[in-house]
Design a binder for this molecule. Structure first.
Ligand SMILES: CC(C)(COP(=O)(O)OP(=O)(O)OC[C@H]1O[C@@H](n2cnc3c(N)ncnc32)[C@H](O)[C@@H]1OP(=O)(O)O)[C@@H](O)C(=O)NCCC(=O)NCCS
Length: 173
């Protein structure tokens, strides 16, 4: 069990220069934390969506947030990314927009210390400020109970060769 956080990680919007470090964080977390729930071939197909080039595209297309472990001094407030989460918005055929939480990852050594909770709360507040009242997520099999705990309700199972998920949603207040 990891220890509670005394100095919580900072959260800011990602910039293109973050793509490489974010890709490394995501790939390491998938390979360490999701392997119990997905077979190796699916894990590698999921990883193909998070190369530095793909992460750079995501930073351009979505509101990507990155969380840094606090540095040891005021002069170096950021060290390395330890968590990430994104907001993607798509127009619906029926009109309006669907807001979706994507790519929530917490570095394995930071899991169980409340950072996942903080990142989701940060994203929900951001989505609400953008005028969204409903937030969806395609949850990994690994995170299904985590989202249930945060008030997300299950809508459908989404079978996929590159990692099956559960579509879930939550009303924002
Ligand atoms: C899912 C994930 C983001 C959770 O992050 P985290 O920082 O470990 O979560 P927190 O410490 O904020 O946990 C918040 C609460 O959820 C619970 N929780 C966390 N992960 C859980 C899980 N997989 N199953 C059940 N409960 C879980 C915690 O016990 C905690 O409960 P508590 O408040 O009663 O102590 C992290 O485990 C992760 O990166 N997993 C691998 C990547 C992944 O699958 N991401 C989701 C993609 S949709």
């Amino acid at each position: 069990m990891n220890k509670p956080v005394d100095r919580p990680p900072l959260i800011r919007l990602a910039v293109p220069a973050d793509a490489e470090a974010l890709s490394a964080l995501i790939l390491r977390t998938i390979r360490e934390s999701n392997t119990a729930d997905y077979p190796p071939d699916e894990i590698e197909r999921v990883c193909a969506s998070f190369t530095p080039e793909e992460v750079a595209k995501q930073i351009a297309a979505r509101d990507v947030f990155v969380s840094f472990a606090p540095g040891s001094s005021q002069a170096s407030p950021e060290t390395r990314p330890v968590g990430t989460v994104s907001l993607g918005v798509k127009p619906r055929l029926s009109g309006g927009e669907t807001a979706k939480l994507h790519v929530l990852f917490v570095a394995p050594e930071w899991q169980g210390r409340g950072l996942g909770l903080r990142l989701v709360a940060h994203l929900e507040a951001h989505a609400l400020r953008q005028g969204h009242r409903l937030l969806q997520v395609s949850s990994s099999l690994t995170a299904r109970q985590f989202y249930q705990r945060l008030g997300y309700r299950e809508l459908a199972f989404e079978p996929r060769a590159e990692g099956s998920t559960y579509l879930m949603e939550k009303a924002l207040v």
